[in-house]
Write a protein that binds this ligand. Sequence first.
Ligand code: BGC
Length: 904
Amino acid sequence: MIPHDLRCAYLVDPLAVAPERVRLSWVPGSPQRAYHLELYRNEPWLDSPGTLFWDSGQVESGDCVDVAVDGPALVRGRRYTWRVRVRDAAGDLSEWSDWAAFEVELDPAGGWHASWIGLDRARDRVTPPTGAGPVDPLAKALDPAPYLRRAFSVDRPMASARLYVTALGLYEARLNGQRVGDGFLTPGWTDYTRRVLYQAYDVTGLLVLGENVLGAILADGWYAGFVGFDAKRAGAHYGTAPELLAQLVITFADGAEQRVGTDERWQATVGAIRHADLMMGSREEPSLEPRGWDAPGFAAGAGWLPVRCRDLDAVPVLADPGPPIRVTEEIGPAAISRDAHGRQIVDFGQNLPGWVRLRADGPAGTVVRVRHAEVLDADGSLYTENLRTARQTDEYVLPGGPAVLEPRFTQHGFRYAEITSDVSDMVARVVHSDIGVAGTFESAEPWLDRLSEIIDWGQRGNFISIPTDCPQRDERLGWLGDAQIFARTACYNRDVAAFFGKWLDDVADAQLPSGAFTDIAPLLGARGPGARGPGARGPGAPAWGDAGVIIPWTMWKMYGDRTVLRRHFGAMTAFMDFIEQANPDYLRTRELGNSYNDWLTPGPDQTPPELLATAYWAHDAALMAEIALAAGRADDAAGYRALRAKIGSAFSDAFVTADGRVVSGTQTAYVLALHMGLIPFDLCAAAASHLVAAIEAAGWRLTTGFTGVGYLLPVLSSCGYSDVAWRLLEQRSLPSWRYMADHGATTIWERWDGWTAENGFQSPAMNSFNHYSLGSVGEWLYRFLLGIDQAPGTAGFGDLLLRPHPGPSVRWARGAYRSVRGTVRAGWEVNGEQLTYRVEVPPNATASVRVPSAAPGRVRDGSGRPPVSVAAYLGALGAEEAVFDAGPGIHEFTGPALDVRSRF
Ligand code: BGC
């Protein structure tokens, strides 16, 4: 009965939320007809909730997500507690929920009494790495990490303390010898010329009476380090040396405050970290650590310099709306071997993002080197060519005596590590944005479970502050095309509402004055005239720039988030206007940017670029109509429907023939035209059969690249060809998902043929083994195979459509999706001639359950009731489904199974 899982801005009790992002959500324990919220002004040290600030009264609404505080303005820097109770259809009122809390972001203008500080040392840009080779030349080009400190004293008992901190670069905050918080690679990546994000920590327990020391270690990170491949430039995309901004606010019981901010009173030096770079790796010499520097009693003598200090500038410093990057798992070695040169190779059994922690004991001065790679060469040595110029190498100079060693300001994509010297207790620390598990999937077939696991690992491997394309080579960029094709899969796998909420601001920051969204976000600093590469200011390619519409729509669809639609509505309309102005005849033939088209098709990409571009534009217009409606802008919705109709006719005139063929005949051309509703209704069946013929002609294999692949199986299952969808899923020969899995993939590869038995590795110029995009088939596993879907036009999983697409070779499959309205479960099992479909509908949702059957009239629910109706089953031509209405709870349906064997 009692509402639970209370969140603010998708986070649990966040300590800094922008007021406009304060949206409350909860999971009701019963069908909700009305809710009642209470919000209190609170102080962190109070045992009581505080004083009542706003009482919603009873609000007649089933909404339990994206609920605004419709009361007095929230006060910056203050804490609020809240609780909720709900009334069900019978009029019964639940108990009050447990208390939840949030604190409001500091005033970006007046809330900071601190300055940017850094190590006062002029620094030139480092020289670019040239090819492979030992780490040393590079180490000479990178600078040691600055250590910054300030001692201060507290002379009376404290009630609470908050540390607000960020960096241009990366920071690790220290207070009285302790690390503050459990986040890594903070503050994450944004375009630091547009916005800087800070984190807030409760540090009450770390302070003492008397002398205290606040400190931080800085590193170059995305700000001043190596990122991307722009001209193989040597880092410094945004600035040349890291800086810190911090403000400690101590509150006493009488409400008085003491602040300690970064200013000219701080001192700086360098220590054990000789260099630390996200791509290149790090080098530490523990013997150079100024021991005790971050704790009281330390005498900061010679070697500690006054800091360089500058005032805050116009770039806003804002609360981080995303989830922190954390160590989410530790994985020990699966095997240890020697390569042909006798070097020790540790296999962690999983391609992962993060680093290795180890214990070493050796004479002082011994160098321990850890090199990382995703795959091994034929002689058992690390294969690093595909890393391009990224070194992924960590080094330690042993202090003498035992030491536990791990880097903190780098990040590697690897499964294998080559480790010199005598070490023990090696552990791979998995480091990525802490996006909780949302979906679970299991079946009778290990290969299918494996596929779902490697899709999820691809996501974990790349969701690191932003959705990167790959976590290992010299790239690691937020490519919009990859993100949009995978976004729905990403939501089924993991809780990414806050993650994408943060990144959509990066996408908006990158938007060009023309209105065009870009290929990547955040943009890198290379923006001047003549700049080339992805950081340069050109419009995004079709299917890349379009992410600026597709992803907000996906957030609304999956989370019922209207706030994100309103926040980005202006940016989205500017993008739509940009395309329309350039293409007044409604065929998108101009402003195609880098036109990557159907990127990385297994063979030649024969889909005409203007076809793909126009299809995506039509899709954008259709989504914009839904977006406008959901955002309360009915007039705009009508405008976008009209636009969609014009693009639709232009598309069919240009690309669809009278017999339902789509120009070029590629699988992607059919898939896009069908998915985006661009085939006249009476020709859809013909177009779908042409698509199947194209698949058959390819030997029942797919020929799609990044752009078509995500919609391929959903289109087949929506057009009566789930048998063909299954056939592609089961396909073991190239190109196929199973080929990867059969050949040792533990994450989705960038290319279907990343490695083949015939040719070995693909060209090292572009061959990542951890690229999530082709994993966009994950959406089909949840939405179609298990049948966890929503009624068309609805969002936020209140109105479920549960319709499974069982396959011929799998006896059972089941899974769950933790939606914003609670967990939806679905699973099917075939026993002889009988199909059983079991579902669980969460308390505040209803479902239309559609059970495909050879005799739908004979399907029964758990109480023996027949279906309310029989309808055409979309998954198989001519087949039917039994339709049931289901309320909250667990339901089971059994009836004669449909013959789902392939008809071909
Ligand atoms: C990236 C892709 C990206 C593409 C653009 C590649 O280098 O790895 O994932 O979308 O460039 O075509």
